[in-house]
Design a protein around this ligand. Structure first.
Ligand code: FAD
Length: 294
C-alpha cells in the first residue's frame, strides 16, 4: 500500500525506523528486532540506506522481508549523493521487483573524503525525486528539518528547497528528530505559510545515553531543552536509569504530539523494539490499533 493512503484511515500514522545489520552480519540478524517491532503493529517500517556505516545493499532486501514476510508496509530509504544513474536504476528495478511502493528519497550525508566525479549526477534530494518520478509509480517521501538542515543557514531557503521537492513529486514528509515539540509545531505553521501540504511524520528518538545525544546534536543540530539537559546530567552515570528516563521523555513527547493531532509519528527505534514498546505502552489516549494493544 502507498504510504499516503495510510493517512486516510488513521491519525496518527505510526512508523518505526530500523537500520540494516552491519556488512559482516547475516540478514537474518535483523529478525529479532523485526519480530519485536511487528508485535507492536506499526503502520509501516522504514529501512535506512547506507547511514552510519551499515550495508546499504541490504536495504531493499530487508524492506522486502518486512513487506512480503511480515506483511507490514515498508519504506525503503535511498540516497543519491555518492551514487550514479546506473546504481539508482538498479535500485528502482529491485524496488519494483520486490513490490515496494514507497521510497524515502534523500541526498545522503556527504562523506568527508568524497570527491565528486562526472558520473555522480545527483546533487540534492530533489534530483533523486525527479529520477524516481521518471521511472516508477512510487509514493516518494522527503526528509524535513524542523530546525533547518544543518548545512543551511537560512531556514526560509530550506523551505523553498522543500517546496521544490514537493513540486518534483515528494508526497509525504518525515522529520528529523527534535526534542522540543514547540519547535515542531512552529515548523508545521511555516509549512502552511509555504503551502507545503504533504502529510508530515514527526521524528522522535529517545535519549539513551549522553554519547548518543552529543552525536545527534552535532550531526543534525537539534536543540536541547533544559529538561533534557537536566535529565542527562542527573543519570549520566546510571545508564539504565538514563535509558528509562529517555524513553519516558520520548513518551511524553509522543503523548503531546497525539494530543495535538499530528499526521504521523516516526520512531527512531535504533533496532531496539523495547524502545518503541516503552513509548507506546505509556500512551493513555487510545487512538490507534497499536496503542489499543497495551
Ligand atoms: P537535500 O534536500 O538535498 O538538502 C541538503 C542541503 O542542500 C540542505 O542544506 C538544503 O537546504 C540544500 N539544498 C536542497 N536543495 C537545494 C538546491 N536546489 N540548491 C541549493 N541547495 C539546496 N542519510 C542516509 O545516508 N541514509 C538514510 O537512510 C537516511 N535517512 C534519513 C531519514 C530521515 C527521516 C532524515 C531526516 C534524514 C535521513 N538521512 C539519511 C540523513 C540525510 O541524508 C541528511 O540529512 C542529508 O544531509 C540531507 O538529505 P536531504 O535529502 O534532506 O537533502
Amino acid at each position: 500500500m502507498k504510504i499516503t493512503k495510510l493517512f486516510n484511515d488513521k491519525r496518527p500514522v505510526i512508523s518505526f525506523e530500523i537500520f540494516p545489520p552491519k556488512k559482516e552480519l547475516p540478514i537474518s540478524s535483523i529478525y529479532g528486532a523485526l519480530d519485536g517491532l511487528a508485535d507492536l503493529n506499526p503502520d509501516f517500517i522504514s529501512v535506512t540506506y547506507g547511514a552510519g556505516g551499515t550495508g546499504s545493499n541490504k536495504t531493499i532486501e530487508i524492506a522486502s522481508i518486512i513487506k512480503n514476510k511480515y506483511e507490514i508496509e515498508a519504506l525503503a530509504h535511498l540516497t543519491c549523493i555518492t551514487s550514479n544513474k546506473e546504481v539508482i536504476q538498479q535500485n528502482i528495478k529491485a524496488l519494483q521487483e520486490n513490490n515496494l511502493e514507497n521510497v524515502l528519497a534523500l541526498r545522503g550525508d556527504v562523506p568527508s573524503d568524497f570527491i565528486r566525479r562526472e558520473e555522480n549526477q545527483y546533487q540534492y534530494g530533489v534530483d533523486l525525486i525527479k529520477e524516481l518520478k521518471g521511472y516508477g509509480d512510487f509514493d516518494i517521501g522527503a526528509a524535513v528539518y524542523p530546525e533547518g538542515h544543518i548545512e543551511c543557514d537560512d531556514v526560509e531557503k530550506d523551505l523553498q528547497y522543500l517546496k521544490e521537492k514537493e513540486a518534483a513529486g515528494a508526497n509525504f514528509l518525515v522529520s528529523q528528530l527534535f526534542f522540543d515539540n514547540e519547535i515542531f509545531y512552529g515548523f508545521l505553521e511555516k509549512l502552511k505559510a509555504y503551502k507545503i501540504e504533504s502529510k508530515v511524520l514527526a521524528g522522535v528518538m529517545p535519549i539513551l545515553s549522553k554519547k548518543q545525544v552529543e552525536k545527534m546534536i552535532f550531526m543534525c543540530g537539534a536543540s536541547l531543552p533544559a529538561k533534557v539537559i537536566r535529565l542527562v546530567s542527573k543519570y549520566e552515570h546510571q545508564p539504565e536509569l538514563l535509558r528509562q528516563a529517555g524513553i519516558e521523555y520520548a513518551a511524553e513527547q509522543v503523548a503531546d504530539l497525539i494530543a495535538n493531532e499530528v499526521d504521523g509519528i516516526h520512531i527512531y527505534t535504533m533496532n531496539q523494539p523495547d524502545i518503541a514498546k516503552g513509548i507506546l505502552k505509556r500512551q493513555k489516549k487510545t487512538v490507534t490499533g497499536h496503542i489499543d494493544k497495551f
